[in-house]
Design a protein around this ligand. Structure first.
Ligand code: BES
Ligand code: MN
Ligand code: ZN
Length: 502
């Protein structure tokens, strides 16, 4: 998708589809309080073109509610689409991101390949820069579709997205924010493209190649290692997951080293890259097992974030480690009861071979600390329990350090992604004590997401650390007006903003 800014008056823009945003300014409640849909535009031609449909009361400017006008009088645009932001009290800059996605997804199935969105005016909830950035991010989010292997696939992607800005005020700020949003949107879709690949098309080796190719393109230092290096580093936990598959593991390391930055924090990013999770010998039921191709969504999120970091160039050093493996049952697979020695030296009793994500992350965390990371963040589709707790609405977050977590919370206000902090607690740590070794890899039914987090805590130790569990949110099960069914790309934007906050 090409992106472009336009500073010419809306009425004169020749476009297939001009989208403008509307908001419901009714603040009263009760049966008498009718919606008052109001355009977020001061352009006289647009206001005139939309006046009649807004006066009928049939369009309420609900969140992502749309109405389309063909050949709007007084406009050069072929179509005028009004997209709602919902009620004034609730709408935010994040509603604008969604609305931009809605406009794009409205256009796609109608064969419209080019969309212009008018940057909302008089919308006090966000600065012009924040709104421009959110809009272009939302357009990229909306443009992504998962049906890449359909042989009769009609490519419906949007060729050009234009953001139309009234007046020259803030021009510099808007240009910069728009360029940023483009990089971020592309990086989120880069992650989604990886997550969407089936296990046979994206093995650990291929994930390593894709990471290396991206790193090369954006100028990151990279290394991709495999079996030999795992043995050399004594990554017994990571290897134990990999050993059941003929596909070799990939230890992917990307480094971002900004010029002139030689001190200060080193941020360590660790991603779970299980390219397919059968459960291993503790095999999963057949129903929905195909979904386990997205068990590398955490690793993909880290790669997407690193792509954006390389292009946006924050002044902080970053090392990303993605631990990629296939979790398979076979004659060489690890068995329940096996004891593994992690890179840190801690011994782990394997109770359930399906609790494999924490095993690869354990060694990833140890390794990135050894490489010099002073602050850690990991992201993983780690537990079904996180979906039980938070559903598909929020992803889970855990931290051993309030200062690091506060920075993450601030990052969320920019990214618009929903994470909810859940507890770490010695009480959960108790549950993974083993009779035979230091710890075991599961701790019973209740509190599964916190137990998994406590398992990782053993390897993060006292280094400031954030753990993100995206098992419930990495895949969109039902399409929404602004995002298609498939990989969500969650965590790319939040990790990026967290990094930029240092
Ligand atoms: N990859 C799964 C978690 C998962 C579940 C991701 C659903 C996405 C959707 C993880 O490896 C796993 O199998 N976890 C087990 C842990 C259990 C054995 C302690 C789980 O959650 O059931
Ligand atoms: Mn598993
Ligand atoms: Zn898994």
């Amino acid at each position: 998708m090409q992106t472009e800014l336009s500073f010419t008056p809306l009425a004169g823009i020749a476009t297939e589809l001009l989208a403008v945003l509307a908001i419901d300014i009714q603040t009263e409640k009760g049966p008498e309080a009718k919606p008052r849909p109001t355009l977020l535009s001061s352009d006289a031609a647009i206001l005139a073109a939309a006046a009649s449909v807004l006066s009928t009361g049939e369009y309420k400017a609900g969140a992502n509610e749309t109405v389309l006008l063909h050949a709007p009088a007084g406009l050069t645009a072929k179509r005028l689409l009004i997209v709602g932001l919902g009620k004034l009290a609730k709408a935010t800059v994040h509603s604008v991101r969604d609305a931009a996605g809605t406009a794009v997804r409205f256009a796609k199935p109608r064969g419209i390949r080019e969309v212009t969105l008018a940057l909302p005016e008089d919308f006090a909830k966000g600065s012009a820069g924040a709104l421009a950035r959110a809009a272009v991010e939302g357009a990229f989010v909306g443009d992504f579709d998962a049906d890449t292997y359909r042989s009769d696939r009609k490519d419906q992607s949007i060729q050009k997205f234009t953001l139309a800005v009234l007046g020259e005020a803030d021009r510099g700020v808007i240009e910069e924010a728009f360029a940023e949003g483009t990089i971020i949107g592309e990086s989120q879709n880069f992650a989604r493209t990886l997550v969407n690949e089936p296990g046979n098309k994206l093995t650990p080796t291929i994930l390593g190649q894709r990471a290396a190719q991206m790193a090369q393109e954006v100028g990151l230092a990279w290394e991709v290692h495999s079996t030999e290096k795992l043995h050399e580093l004594k990554m017994g936990a990571f290897w134990s997951v990999s050993q059941g598959s003929p596909e070799p593991p990939a230890l992917i390391v990307l480094r971002y080293e900004p010029e002139g930055v030689t001190d200060g924090p080193v941020l360590g990013l660790v991603g779970k890259g299980i390219t397919f999770d059968t459960g291993g010998i503790s095999i999963k039921p057949a129903d929905n097992m195909e979904k386990m191709k997205y068990d590398m969504a955490g690793g993909a999120a880290m790669l997407g974030a690193m792509r954006a970091i390389a292009l946006l160039k924050p002044k902080v050093r970053v090392i990303a480690v993605v631990c990629a493996a296939e979790n398979m049952p076979s004659g060489t697979a690890q068995k329940p009861g096996d004891v593994q020695t992690a890179m840190s030296g801690k011994t782990i009793e394997i109770i359930n071979t399906d609790a494999e994500g924490r095993l690869v992350l354990a060694d990833g965390l140890t390794y990135v600390r050894q490489l010099g990371a002073t602050h850690l963040i990991d992201v993983a589709t780690l537990t079904g329990a996180i979906s039980v707790a938070l559903g598909k609405v929020n992803a889970g977050a855990f931290s051993n350090d309030d200062a690091a977590y506060q920075k993450f919370e601030s990052a969320l206000t920019i990214s618009g992604e929903k994470f909810w902090r859940l507890p770490l607690d010695d009480g959960y740590a108790e549950l993974i004590k083993s009779d035979i070794s230091d710890i075991k890899n599961t701790g019973g039914r209740g509190g599964g997401a916190s137990i998994a987090a406590e398992f990782l805590h053993v390897f993060a130790e006292d280094t400031p650390w954030i753990h993100l569990d995206i098992a419930g949110t990495a895949w969109v099960e039902e399409k929404r007006p602004y995002i298609g069914k498939g990989p969500s790309g969650i965590a790319v934007r939040s990790i990026l903003e967290w990094v930029r906050s240092y």
